[in-house]
Design a protein around this ligand. Sequence first.
Ligand SMILES: [Zn+2]
Length: 261
Amino acid sequence: MTKPRSYQTEAFIIRKTKLGEADRILTLYTPHLGKIQGFAKGVRRPKSKLSGHLELLTHSQVTLARGKNIDTIIGSQTINGFLPLKSDLGLASYALYIIELVNQFTAEHVEDKSLFDLLIETMNWLCLDGNRDLLLRYFELHLLSKVGYRPQLEHCVLCQISLKSSTGYFCPSAGGILCPVCSRSRSSSYPVSINGLEVLRLLQKDILNAPGNLNINDSLSVELERIMKRYIKFLLEKDIKSAAWLEVLKLQSRKSRLSLL
Ligand SMILES: [Zn+2]
């Protein structure tokens, strides 16, 4: 049986690339097709009917026509425009970091409905008040679990001793926590406080209905950010561009309009 010439899917727009005078290639994360590319013809023209439904950080229902090399987007209807994320520079920076992680850690055409749900859920939480740095840590931990890099936070990765009530040493190359003895054999490991470990475990276990509602002090927040950044950097073997950008934006007004989106 031949495939229909066109198909529909929900999609979250995670990347856009200019092409020619007025076109774009969009990267879409979808619930059942995983990450896909779509050709958006004429979408940069002011009168384009599609453009408003195909902005970054938009959840849309998209219709695509099958093509030889790439499918073409022929229709799109916004499901949720996530407008708060597009009108606040600070919020946008968090959201752009999240979609860059999704783009970096996923391959095309690998279905993961639970990752799509996590992405939408995180964007919804981001629009609400709460501790957004912790929300990023929550997203990072769950994303990594889904793509096969879940860090071991309960036992020493090497000797399996429980680290329930002691300081651990996070070792990116071992994929988790080491006890003080084993950490001596790994120069790349660095200490993690008892409280830091406890918060990471809480976030990883998914027992919080809204991770942004958990309150921690600034120094603990900085510690958790460093742990996750070093681990992600090790996994990707490069800095995430948006992470550096996030640092810059944190220093700027969060009320500015974002014209980039
Ligand atoms: Zn050990």
